[in-house]
Each structure stands twice: as C-alpha cells, then as structure tokens.
Write a protein that binds this ligand. Structure first.
Ligand SMILES: [Zn+2]
Length: 251
C-alpha cells in the first residue's frame, strides 16, 4: 500500500494509489479534475450503464450523505441497481466499475482478497459520523462472507484539516455519536473546530478490524490543490466532481 502507481499486470495501471493484491488483479483509481471525458460521459447516477470494452458496466448511485450500502450480487445490466440512492456500492461481480463522486468528501475504496468483493464509499462528515464506512465493511462481511482482516482499504483525496473548519452543526453530532472525537477535532474559537475527516475514517476502519498495514491513504487536500481537484468549499458551489472507482477483472 503506497501512494505510487499500482504495479499490476500490463494494462492495469488506472491507479493513483496502491490497492494491489497478489490474489486479485483489481484495478482502481482516484480521479482528478482532469478525468477523461469519455469516462464521465458514460456515468449516470443511480444507474448501471454500459461502459467501455475494458469496463463493460459502470454503476453509480445518487449520493445522499446516508449510511445506505447498495449490494450488487447478480449479473449486471440496466436495472441491476435495486436502489438508486445511497453512499456505498459493493459487488463481487467482475467487469463492473463501481464509482463514487466527491469534491471535498472522502472517497474510500476496498477489496477483500478471499471473496473478491470490492467496494466504493462516499463519506462526507455526515455519512462518516453516522457510520457509512463501518456499515460498508459490515455489508461485505454479512452479504459475501468477507473477512475484515483480509480487506485492503484506500482512503482518497479529500479536504484536509488544513482547510476544514467546522461549527456546531458538525461538532454537536460528532461529539454525540463518536466518543473518540477529541482525536479528530481540534477546537479553535468558541463553537468552532478543525476536523480531520480522513483521520476519523481511518480510525473507523481500524475499529472494524482492518490491520494498519492494509490501509493506504492519500493526504492530498482537495481545497489546497486547486490544480488537481474540485473543492466544494473553495468554489462555494458544485462546479465539478472527481470520480473514483474500482473494478474486478473478468474471471
Ligand atoms: Zn488544505
């Protein structure tokens, strides 16, 4: 697990960060604002669409800052998504690119070696505090028999603590729902603090039983790096989002 380009078989280098596996030549990427237009044109939120010869199906949800995990177990095609809204997709189906979109929120990708389950999670503060990441890990275990100790996770680019000042509407639920909040929030002025969202997610992943050595993270800040990323907070509106995704190869 590192921040260098994946070293999979030839042709598998979609990656910015390593989620390499000896057992499964899984491919994944964390997108930038310079995503290939051809990919974006295929993605339709809340649907499974036909993609590209290298990734015949693309599944994406309408994201709602929830803890809803959508499980894709059956063969792919239009109509395969039983729910169109949610914030995590998990599947054991090959040749299906599952994607999430972010612009300050945290994209998290996972693979479990034993079962060949992959997942993609969208985690903003609301979903993270409510437990979207642990819910997704639990869904992999309950729905597919995955083992947390065999999972590899990658935490992608998001707004960093350098730029993420939050106030009571964020701090209050964080304190209420996450007992270890002092480890991720540095209080500044009255009623304000700086939240380390990636660290919160990292701790939640660890608490789900995933070994430290199997968690990678990219500490790029979407707000600082205007050259690479869109940032909702910097721009004050959604002018664009980054896609991140993961796909199992053909069997
Ligand atoms: Zn920053």
């Amino acid at each position: 697990m590192n921040a260098e380009e994946s070293t999979g078989p030839p042709g598998s280098r979609l990656s910015d960060a390593g989620l390499t596996s000896d057992a499964i030549p899984v491919r994944h990427f964390f997108g930038t604002r310079n995503a290939p237009g051809g990919l974006n044109a295929h993605i339709q939120l809340g649907q499974v669409t036909g993609g590209h010869p290298e990734f015949p199906f693309i599944a994406a949800l309408k994201q709602i800052h929830s803890t809803r995990v959508v499980v894709l177990k059956t063969s792919m095609g239009p109509g395969a998504l039983k729910q169109t809204e949610g914030d995590a997709l998990v599947t054991n189906q090959p040749q299906t690119l599952i994607v999430v979109r972010t612009a300050d929120c945290v994209p998290v990708l996972l693979v479990e070696k034993g079962t060949g389950v992959v997942g993609a999670i969208h985690a903003g503060w609301r979903g993270a505090v409510a437990g979207i990441v642990s819910e997704t890990i639990r869904a992999c275990v309950e729905e597919f028999g995955a083992k947390a100790e065999q999972m590899q996770m990658a935490i992608g680019p998001s707004i960093g603590p350098c730029c993420y000042e939050v106030d009571e509407p964020v701090i209050e639920p964080l304190r209420t729902r996450y007992p270890a909040w002092p480890g991720v929030l540095r209080e500044t002025n009255e009623g304000k603090g700086v939240l380390d969202l990636k660290q919160l997610i990292y701790y939640q992943i660890r608490a789900s039983g995933i070994p430290e050595s199997q968690i990678g993270r990219l500490d790029h800040c979407t707000h600082c790096r205007a050259d690479l990323f869109y940032s909702y907070r910097r721009e004050g509106q959604v002018i664009g989002t980054m896609f991140s995704g993961i796909i199992l190869p053909a069997k």
